[in-house]
Design a protein around this ligand. Structure first.
Ligand code: ATP
Length: 318
């Protein structure tokens, strides 16, 4: 329900910053295409420490700026997911106040790590706080689900199984910290293109996707906090499609294993490759080896689980 319209005076409000983390799909199972065109999914999401910060401040007109490690390919108009998220909060909250949105971007773009979705979740949270709209968790999750399949998880964070399009979340019990090293690719992969390739590969093989569901062994490994068991259970149904579109990813995975990763997997629809390491020391060693060997120019070590979108002090005041 849309609340009554109100205007926020720009001078009256300090900027609000929200942080949202990237994700890796530990177990991604893709089922058949549904009547609405989406694939039925089962995804075990893990939030990782790599994050974007989204700052919103009242302004005379709508605008969006991006800075940071990854800015190429990020739209700065109303098509940006963070902008769309702010508009959605304004509409639901009955707010008539443009905002200037600023994204500090660390998550690779079109890398299969839900970067845009993280920005959307952060924007929902930040705008809700800035405008004092008072949306509760479930209202924010509804807005997030409308914005994209991965956006609700970026709001919730932690570890969760996502069913449906990935937006129906159930938290998963997990112990300890897992060390991941991400090797981003120079060129992104569009998610719809990877799904189309997934369908094409099935058609060519004359096979039907199975009914998707999480692997109990992977859930047990998370409960036990066992990186070795987790490594042997990592699975991504989209990996063959991503490898078919970017065959060089196979070499990246092989190099990471050679440098001591317990396992390497394409993250979501790719092309970022996620390596699971046994501990912090092996992760640091792996990150250095991947960089020094020239395997990848953008290597990041990070840990999971990481919390979902949350408010932080604006940059400069931390
Ligand atoms: P997912 O893992 O959820 O499938 P992804 O990580 O592969 O997504 P994104 O980084 O979210 O991909 O970007 C996909 C496309 O979305 C970009 O190429 C860009 O055109 C568009 N986009 C819209 N808003 C954003 C944003 N805030 N950050 C990055 N890309 C955005």
């Amino acid at each position: 329900m849309i609340r009554s319209l109100r205007t926020v005076r720009p001078a009256a409000k300090a900027p609000v910053t929200a942080r949202a983390c990237a994700k890796v799909n530990l177990d991604l199972r893709v089922g058949a295409v549904r009547p609405d065109g989406y694939h039925e999914l089962s995804s075990v999401f893990l939030g990782v420490g790599l994050h974007d910060d989204v700052t919103v401040r009242p302004s005379a007109q709508w605008s969006l700026t991006v800075e940071g490690k990854h800015t190429e390919g990020v739209p700065t108009d109303e098509t940006n997911l963070a902008w769309r998220a702010a508009v959605a909060v304004a509409e639901l909250g009955g707010v008539d106040q443009p905002v200037a949105i600023h994204i500090d971007k660390n998550i690779p773009v079109a890398g299969g790590m839900a970067g845009g979705s993280a920005d959307a979740a952060a924007s929902v949270l930040a705008c809700n706080a800035l405008w004092e709209v008072g949306l509760d968790r479930s209202e924010m999750l509804t807005i997030c689900a409308d914005l994209g399949s991965d956006v609700p998880f970026c709001l919730s964070g932690g570890v969760a199984v996502g069913r449906g399009r990935g937006e129906q979340l159930v938290p998963v019990l997990s112990r300890g910290t897992f060390h991941f090293v991400f090797a981003a690719s120079e060129t992104g992969l569009s998610t719809p293109t990877v799904y189309a390739e997934y369908d094409r590969l099935h058609e060519a093989a004359g096979s039907q996707p199975d009914d998707p569901g999480p692997n109990p062994e992977l859930l047990a490994a998370l409960r036990a906090g066992d990186a070795y068991a987790l490594a042997s259970a990592l699975h991504n149904d989209l990996e063959a499609a991503a490898l078919s579109l970017q065959p060089q990813l196979g070499e990246v995975i092989e190099a990471g294993i050679e440098f001591g990763a317990l396992a390497g997997i394409v993250s979501g629809s790719g092309p970022t490759v996620a390596f699971l390491a046994a501990d912090q020391e092996s992760a640091l060693h792996l990150a250095i080896a991947l960089t020094a060997s020239g395997t990848s120019r953008q290597v990041r070590h990070t840990v999971g689980p990481a919390q979902g979108a949350h408010l932080v002090a604006p940059a400069g005041r931390r």
